[in-house]
Ligand binder design. Structure first.
Ligand code: NAD
Ligand code: TDX
Length: 334
């Protein structure tokens, strides 16, 4: 099977590529990636002889048409993915998440190629901390940020192309991922590498916002499950019952690295900051038989801390630049 992995040099797409190479011998992988600031070429370098890597944009219709024509399956991880960036400048989010997805859809429509579209639980908006509800496939879309609204729009484009043009596609909406090769701008890698470089972790607002953490390998196993056993045209939520508030995550990182649990700073809150995400993945578990491997967030986090401690050369050259960008917009609160 010839698989086109768009965004395959980013965090989740690269983990998908590496895991697929390690677990399957029946697939040939082509990665199409624009190599924005979010891609680290070092991630795929060790497997470069086993895959084809194309540097290009999912919004480039001619390039996408040529690559899709030669594929049996497209898995679309390509996106602008960081909420904070989307608040500073939404334009790339509209271009890549909406126009890019549209461009892929037109190509898979023309060539009758199966598409799996990767999306996020953020399309559903947020929940109150004391709300017993969790997101399901029936929850109404209610995105808060430029990032999540462009992801919501991309999902709706996929649904429309399924219904109107008979495109063979599935969608998955996953909760917050953690694991190796995640960009330093994201919460968990930022705080681990802060502590490893002697910088105090930074918590937005009151630190009580809740995210539903899932290990990236569990996400990618679920993606393969949906590709192989999912019903065409359907949406599946992916989550591993990993709700934890941000303050608890920071305290765990500090303690694991031998620091006092309160050695962090509060900084200015994110505008429109979603309070809580929570996924009910019953459909994926019951209908498709998927279960997560990392059921204990504490041990998955410990393994991730070990990875960043053991792979400094992957992230160290980028650390100062990421923190300098944050320092321009965030103030430490008393
Ligand atoms: P990432 O930012 O680490 O990687 C995105 C990749 O897409 C990068 O390699 C980047 O170079 C590439 N890219 C960006 N614009 C492109 C374009 N126009 N053409 C081709 N390539 C382009 O993001 P990630 O965390 O790996 O997220 C991957 C996907 O998973 C995204 O669609 C995101 O919305 C979704 N998602 C992420 C999470 C999470 O917790 N990180 C959770 C749920 C869903
Ligand atoms: O320094 C920080 N301090 C902090 O308190 C950063 C970077 C984040 N936070 C908070 C904000 C969120 O409540 O931590 C939480 C997680 O933040 P992010 O890593 O920016 O993730 P989030 O905004 O929740 O979105 C992520 O999960 C869903 C991904 O970036 C999205 O791509 C995905 O769709």
């Amino acid at each position: 099977m010839q698989v086109l992995v768009t965004g395959g040099a980013g965090f989740i797409g690269a983990n998908f590529t590496l895991r697929t190479l390690a677990t399957r011998d029946d697939v040939q992988l082509t990665v199409l990636d624009k190599f924005t600031y979010a891609a680290n070429p070092a991630t795929l370098e060790p497997v470069s002889a086993r895959i084809t890597v194309i540097r290009g944009d999912i919004g480039d219709a001619a390039l996408v048409d040529r690559l899709v024509a030669d594929s049996d399956l497209v898995v679309n991880f390509a996106a602008e993915s960081h909420n904070d960036n989307s608040l500073a400048d939404p334009s790339a989010f509209v271009q890549t998440n909406l126009v890019g997805t549209y461009t892929l859809l037109e190509a898979v429509r023309r060539h009758r190629v199966r598409l799996h579209h990767i999306s996020t639980d953020e399309v559903y908006g947020d929940l109150d901390l004391d709300d017993p509800a969790r997101f399901t496939e029936e929850t109404a879309y209610n995105p808060s940020s430029p990032y999540s609204s462009t992801k919501a729009g991309s999902d709706l484009l996929v649904r429309a192309w399924v219904r109107s043009f008979g495109v063979e596609a599935t969608i998955s909406n996953c909760s917050n991922n953690y694991g190796p090769y995640q960009h330093l701008e994201k919460f968990i890698p930022r705080q681990i590498t802060n502590v490893l470089t002697g910088v105090r972790p930074k918590l937005y607002g009151d630190g009580l916002n809740v995210r539903d953490w899932i290990h990236v390998d569990d996400h990618n196993d679920a993606v393969w499950t949906i590709i192989e056993r999912g019903q065409l045209g359907e949406t599946y939520l992916i989550g591993a019952d990993g709700e934890v508030n941000n303050r608890t995550v920071v305290e765990s990182i500090l303690v694991a690295l031998g620091q006092p649990a309160d050695a962090f700073d509060f900084v200015t809150d994110r505008a429109g900051h979603d309070r809580r995400y929570a996924i009910d993945a019953t459909r994926l578990r019951d209908e498709l038989g998927w279960t997560p491997t990392y059921t204990d967030f504490a041990s998955g986090l410990a393994a991730t801390i070990d990875w960043y401690r053991d792979n400094r050369e992957w992230w160290a050259p980028h650390k100062a630049g990421v923190e300098a960008d944050y320092a321009r917009t965030q103030q430490i609160l008393d």
